[in-house]
Design a protein around this ligand. Structure first.
Ligand code: 5GP
Length: 203
């Protein structure tokens, strides 16, 4: 029987180190790919269309909602973001685990639509540390940092719907924890029933 991949949702407040941790996870796990979301927000300097996101116009995003082309979609910081159904389905059917770097609204929709998804939420060690990381990133004006911190509190309040909470205090440790969770989930799901039958001389 072909293995069906696992959808792995990773959510966190911005500044928690989610992007770097997801990248480390992709580099250290085999048979894992990142889902490339659709968004209406403009690309940032270093971002490439089709690699970081599929950047689309609002009218195209609306059309995709109407045509049921998203597994989930949400509005985040005034822009629309969504996960394309077809690409994810194809990866899962090909036996690839798919990493979904999406917000808590998306996580809740995935929980409802794909019950065997694995949901992991990343926590900062403290709100002071989160503020420090956002300030050091020097990407945002002070009022934007305050709105990101307020959204962080909202998101953390919804983390109880997630299967695992991982604290990103020490980056390497958090990366090891993430990898251990995914590996344990894979092993737990792929029970080698045929081998058990063979070992018992029943096959
Ligand atoms: P950014 O604009 O900084 O790349 O992403 C902002 C937020 O949108 C992040 O929390 C990210 O996880 C979330 N996000 C990115 N893609 C999707 C998506 O397809 N669906 C949902 N629900 N959230 C997304």
């Amino acid at each position: 029987m072909t293995r069906i991949g696992i959808p792995i949702v990773i959510s966190a407040a911005s500044g928690t180190g989610k992007t770097s941790l997801c990248q480390r996870l992709l580099n250290t796990l085999t048979q894992t790919a990142r889902s490339i979301s659709y968004t209406t927000r403009p690309p940032r300097g270093h971002e490439t269309n089709g690699r970081d996101y599929h950047f689309v116009a609002e009218t195209e995003f609306r059309r995709m909602i109407e045509a049921n082309e998203f597994i989930e979609w949400a509005q985040v910081f005034g822009n629309h973001y969504g996960t394309g159904l077809k690409a994810v389905q194809k990866q899962l059917e090909g036996g690839v685990d798919v990493l979904l770097d999406i917000d808590v609204q998306g996580g809740a929709q995935i929980r409802d639509r794909l019950p065997d998804a694995l949901l992991i939420f990343l926590l900062p060690p403290s709100m002071d540390e989160l503020r420090r990381r956002l300030v050091n990133r020097a990407e945002d004006a002070p009022e934007i940092i305050e709105s990101r911190l307020a959204k962080a509190r909202d998101e953390i309040a919804q983390s109880d719907r997630y299967d695992y909470l991982v604290v990103n205090d020490d980056f390497d440790q958090a990366a090891l924890d993430l990898r251990a969770i995914v590996r344990a989930h894979r092993i737990g799901r792929n029970r080698p029933r045929a081998l058990v039958e063979t070992l018992l001389g029943r096959a």
